[in-house]
Design a protein. Structure first.
Length: 511
């Protein structure tokens, strides 16, 4: 076991740590220029996505979920304690200028998230479910053209749901609750497991209904607390911004900012061992977005941009200002705290009192539950995809309902034990799995880059000339079609001419 651990840690440190940021930033910059910064060049149409007209949903769309529910489901897997301590860790590592580089990193992540969601919605399929209805299935597994790599991705998605989306989150919640309220970690894990079973037992609608209520409420509470601190320190905002830009272009700030961005977007755990961004590029969040009842892939992709904006630009920036305001008072006492938790707690406690520790602990536990619910859905989609492969190989019917129940039972057992389980092997395997998934997903996204470009152009009006050409041809053909339909003699002559031509093409029997 020790040998496996060392091998995984070496791979994560020396291969994935430098490779993944290069892939994400490279893909993000490419799509920003390839799509010609459509958010800026088409601001009205971009913003109109978030304020759609209410339309009556068809019966066939009842099993799908609304675009907003899809984004809250995806946000459930990204928001959390990482938005608090990830920012603090970035500042401790690279100074205040780290925040500037987190903003730059977010821009690249927005385009990557947009691209993979567009592909997921475009390649999704609708198939009957066990309840007699129809359901959308989508995600990286469906736009990865190579079936072997698609199966590997689905398998790693299932494994990651147990480790990264379950055990690690329950461990963080248990430690937070135990340190504040003294509740035993096993009891915390059991409570989370029971709540998780109740929520995910009802399917994607129960999951999305839960996230659409809890995520906005939690975000609103966190924003309210942060805004209160920012408002009472309003006169210090210009000085804080000056400090961010003054430190932005030192080598330490660049390293700390990019590293902190990866931390705070590393599936909500937010410690130095996280190596990756808020699922941008990982290929898991598109699973949630693929089930949205949307009219166009590019429209749902815009919700992915909103997801990254909310997570990094909004929530992380608020945390940053709170930490900067309090840094002169509490920063010296936090030297050596590489995780950022101590700095975050002391910064909020300076303005909110002792209730800050309780606030952060409860937020951690509730966000952990939201993450469990979200990742269970990702894992079940992986199970469904693998079951289809097995069914095709063996040519025998497989009950997905049975596999689903087995998965939920094992998932809840892992959650119950997550509070007392620990070990470097869990984090090492989680980082390794995310690294493999990201490499496969980014390669598939770049391979399908032309489809993303065409979908974007078709939605944002760059292809209006092609639409005009099609309409022109349709207008020209309409009179001819009407004449054919209204003139029976036309069809009779056409059949006679066809018969004559067919005889003339036959060889002469006398020859």
């Amino acid at each position: 076991m020790t040998g496996i651990l060392h091998a995984l840690e070496w791979t994560n440190k020396y291969i994935f740590s430098p490779l993944l940021p290069i892939l994400i930033f490279g893909a993000g910059i490419y799509f920003a220029f390839a799509l010609r910064f459509f958010c800026i060049t088409h601001p009205v149409k971009f913003l109109r996505v978030f304020f759609p007209k209410k339309e009556k949903r068809e019966k066939s769309d009842k099993e799908s979920i609304s675009p907003f529910k899809a984004v809250t489901l995806a946000l459930a897997g990204t928001l959390g304690v990482g938005n608090i301590i990830g920012v603090s860790a970035a500042i401790m590592a690279g100074g205040f200028g780290a925040i500037f580089w987190m903003w730059c990193s977010a821009i690249a992540a927005m385009m990557v998230k947009y691209a993979e969601i567009v592909l997921a919605v475009k390649s999704r399929i609708k198939l009957p479910d066990d309840k007699g209805g129809e359901k959308f299935h989508g995600g990286a597994m469906y736009y990865i053209k190579n079936s072997v790599f698609a199966a590997i991705f689905a398998s790693l998605c299932i494994a990651s749901s147990f480790f990264l989306g379950n055990i690690i989150q329950v461990k963080a919640a248990s430690d937070a609750i135990n340190s504040t309220f003294g509740v035993p970690p096993l009891m915390v894990g059991c409570v989370i497991a029971i709540l998780c079973a109740i929520i995910i037992g009802g399917g994607v609608h129960n999951i999305s209904d839960f996230t659409v209520k809890i995520i906005p409420v939690l975000s609103a509470l966190y924003i309210a607390a942060s805004l209160y601190i920012i408002i009472i320190n309003g006169s210090r905002i210009p000085d804080a911004i000056c400090r961010i830009f003054a430190d932005a272009f030192t080598p330490e700030a660049s390293f700390g900012g990019i590293g902190g961005f990866l931390l705070c977007r590393s599936m909500r755990y937010g410690i130095t061992r996280g190596l990756f961004s808020n699922e941008a590029g990982c290929g898991t969040a598109p699973i949630a977005h693929a089930e949205a009842d949307t009219k166009h892939p590019a429209a749902q992709g815009c919700w992915g941009i909103f997801e990254v904006f909310t997570d990094t630009i909004l929530l992380c920036s608020m945390t940053a200002f709170v930490v900067i305001f309090a840094f002169d008072s509490v920063g010296q006492s936090c030297i050596g705290d590489t995780s950022g938790m101590l700095l975050a707690v002391k910064a909020y406690s300076l303005y909110l009192g002792d209730s800050a520790g309780m606030f952060i602990s409860l937020s951690t536990a509730i966000f952990a539950l939201a993450t469990l619910v979200c990742w269970s859905h990702y894992g079940l989609e992986g199970v469904w995809y693998i079951s289809r492969i097995i069914k095709k190989k063996r040519n025998k019917p497989i009950s997905f309902g049975m596999l689903r129940n087995m998965y939920i039972i094992l998932y809840c057992i892992a959650a119950a034990l997550g509070g007392i389980l620990s070990g470097d092997i869990i984090w090492a395997f989680s980082d390794f799995a995310v690294g493999i998934m990201t490499c496969i997903n980014i390669a598939a996204v770049m391979k399908n880059r032309n489809e993303i470009t065409l979908e974007t152009k078709s939605y944002f009006g760059s292809c209006h000339k092609y639409s005009a050409t099609i309409n022109h041809h349709q207008n020209l053909s309409a009179p001819l079609q009407n004449h054919q339909n209204s003139n029976p003699q036309f069809h009779q002559n056409l059949r006679l001419n066809h018969s004559t031509a067919k005889k003339s093409l036959q060889p002469d029997q006398n020859l």
